[in-house]
Design a protein around this ligand. Structure first.
Ligand SMILES: [Zn+2]
Length: 397
C-alpha cells in the first residue's frame, strides 16, 4: 500500500564527442533506504527552496501521533554544495546502465519485511525509530515537543532544523524537509519521506505492452485523475512559455484535444508562491537557478523528475519536476523545451527508452525518452503515452 518514489532525469554527458543522455538513478523505488542519497554540486542548495513558503498548519502533534506508526522510509535525500569530482561514469554504456528504468531489481525478493517506525517517548521528546530485526542501521529521528507539536530536531547525531511538514492527502505518506549544518559541506537540505508499510510486499506484474514505463517495460504507473501542473515560483514569461511548450508537445504529438494527452486531462497553472518541493500535495515544476545535481565534471543533469505512486494501484499521486537552467546553459542547449518534454514524459509515467540491438548497438526505438539526442516526440513515444492514456473511439452516428 505504500506509495513508491521514482526518480528520473535528463543528463548530458561530456566526452570527446558530445552525447546527449538522460537518466534516473537506479534503485528500487519501493524499497526503503537506510542511507541518504546525496546530491551535490557547485551552488547553493538554498536555491532548491527559493521563493517557497512552508505550510504553517502541518505539524506532527500529540493528537495525530498514532497516524504515523508503522511507517517506513521511502525517500532520504541530502542536497549539498560540493565541488565536482572526476568520473564515476566513463561511457555512454555506463550512463545508460546506471540510469535504466528496466534493470531488474535483484534485491526485491530478498526483502523479508519492512522497517516499522514508531514514535517512542524519550527524556527530551520522542524518537522515531525502528526496532525491526534487520533494520538496525536505519536512522533514528529525534523530535522535541514544543506547544503540543513534535519538531524534528535531529537524525542520528546530526542536529536538524525542520522547515516543512507535509501529509499526503490519502494519509499514507509524510514528508519532512529540514536543514543541517554539515562540518564539511556547510548548509544542506535534507528531505525525508515516510509512508505506511503494506501488509506484504506488493507484487507488480508486467503488462503486455512493450513500452518502457517508469517501473519497467509494460508496467503501467499512470495518472488516474487529471494532472494539474503548477509552474511553481516561475515568473519569467519566456520560461513559462517553454515549459508550457514542453507539456503541450505531448498533446499536439498525440493529436489530442487541447488540455488533453490522450484520455488524460491536464491543466497548467502558474503558482507564484508554492510550498517547498517536498510537499506531497502539489505537482510542481520548478526552475532551479544556481544549483545543479551533477557529481562529476563529465555530465550535466538538465532536469530531474520525482514521481510518487501507489505500488498497489499504480496510481501516480504526485510529481515534481526540476529544471536546471545553468545546466542547460552549460550544455549549450539552445532551448529548455526538449528537457521539459523529456521530464514531462517521466511525469506522465514514461521511463527511459535505451534498448539497442545487442549486435549492432543501434537504438531500437528512437525516443525523446532516450539518450541519443532526440529532442522531439517520436512515433514510439506517441504509442507509448497513448497506451497509458488511450483515446476512446468516438461513436459516430
Ligand atoms: Zn530521464
Amino acid at each position: 500500500m505504500q506509495p513508491g518514489l521514482k526518480f528520473s532525469c535528463r543528463l548530458l554527458l561530456f566526452f570527446p564527442l558530445l552525447l546527449i543522455a538522460c537518466g534516473s538513478p537506479k534503485g528500487d523505488s519501493r524499497k526503503s533506504k537506510a542511507k541518504a542519497t546525496v546530491y551535490f554540486l557547485k551552488g547553493d542548495p538554498k536555491e532548491m527552496i527559493r521563493g517557497t513558503s512552508p505550510d504553517p498548519e502541518s505539524f506532527i502533534t500529540l493528537d495525530n501521533l498514532q497516524q504515523w506508526q508503522g511507517f517506513g522510509i521511502r525517500e532520504f535525500e541530502m542536497y549539498r554544495s560540493k565541488n565536482l569530482t572526476q568520473s564515476e561514469v566513463n561511457s555512454q554504456a555506463d550512463l545508460e546502465a546506471a540510469n535504466s528504468t528496466s534493470a531488474p531489481n535483484q534485491d526485491e525478493d530478498k526483502v523479508s519485511g519492512f522497517e516499522d517506525y514508531q514514535f517512542v517517548k524519550t527524556e527530551t521528546g520522542y524518537d522515531y525509530r525502528t526496532n525491526t530485526s534487520g533494520f538496525e542501521k536505519f536512522p533514528v529521528f529525534h523530535f522535541s515537543l514544543r506547544n503540543n507539536r513534535l519538531e524534528l530536531t535531529g537524525v542520528r547525531d546530526l542536529p536538524l532544523q525542520a522547515i516543512h511538514y507535509s501529509y499526503a492527502a490519502n494519509g499514507r505518506s509524510l514528508s519532512i524537509l529540514a536543514s543541517a549544518q554539515d562540518p564539511e559541506y556547510g548548509w544542506e537540505l535534507i528531505a525525508i519521506t515516510f509512508s505506511r508499510n503494506p501488509k506484504s510486499i506488493p507484487r507488480i506484474f508486467a503488462g503486455v505492452t512493450p513500452y518502457e514505463y517508469l517501473l519497467g517495460t509494460g508496467i503501467e504507473a499512470k495518472w488516474n485523475k487529471p494532472a494539474n501542473f503548477l509552474l511553481c515560483g516561475i515568473s519569467d514569461p519566456k520560461v513559462q512559455t517553454d515549459i508550457r511548450a514542453g507539456i503541450d508537445a505531448w498533446s499536439l504529438a498525440t493529436k489530442s484535444a487541447p488540455g488533453s494527452i490522450g484520455s488524460l486531462r491536464y491543466q497548467i497553472t502558474v503558482a507564484e508562491v508554492a510550498k517547498p518541493f517536498t510537499d506531497l500535495n502539489q505537482n510542481c515544476i520548478t526552475y532551479v537557478q544556481n544549483y545543479r545535481f551533477e557529481k562529476q565534471e563529465e555530465y550535466v543533469e538538465l532536469g530531474h523528475t520525482k514521481v510518487l505512486f501507489d505500488p498497489e494501484t499504480l496510481d501516480i499521486l504526485d510529481t515534481h519536476v526540476f529544471l536546471f537552467p545553468d545546466a542547460v546553459r552549460r550544455a549549450a542547449q539552445s532551448s529548455l523545451i526538449p528537457t521539459a518534454t523529456h521530464e514531462i514524459g517521466h511525469a506522465l509515467g514514461l521511463g527511459h527508452e535505451f534498448r539497442r540491438d545487442p549486435k549492432t548497438g543501434v537504438i531500437l526505438y528512437p525516443s525523446v525518452m532516450g539518450y541519443d539526442g532526440i529532442e522531439t516526440i517520436t512515433r514510439w513515444d506517441i504509442k507509448a503515452v497513448l497506451s497509458l492514456y488511450p483515446i476512446e473511439n468516438k461513436v459516430v452516428f
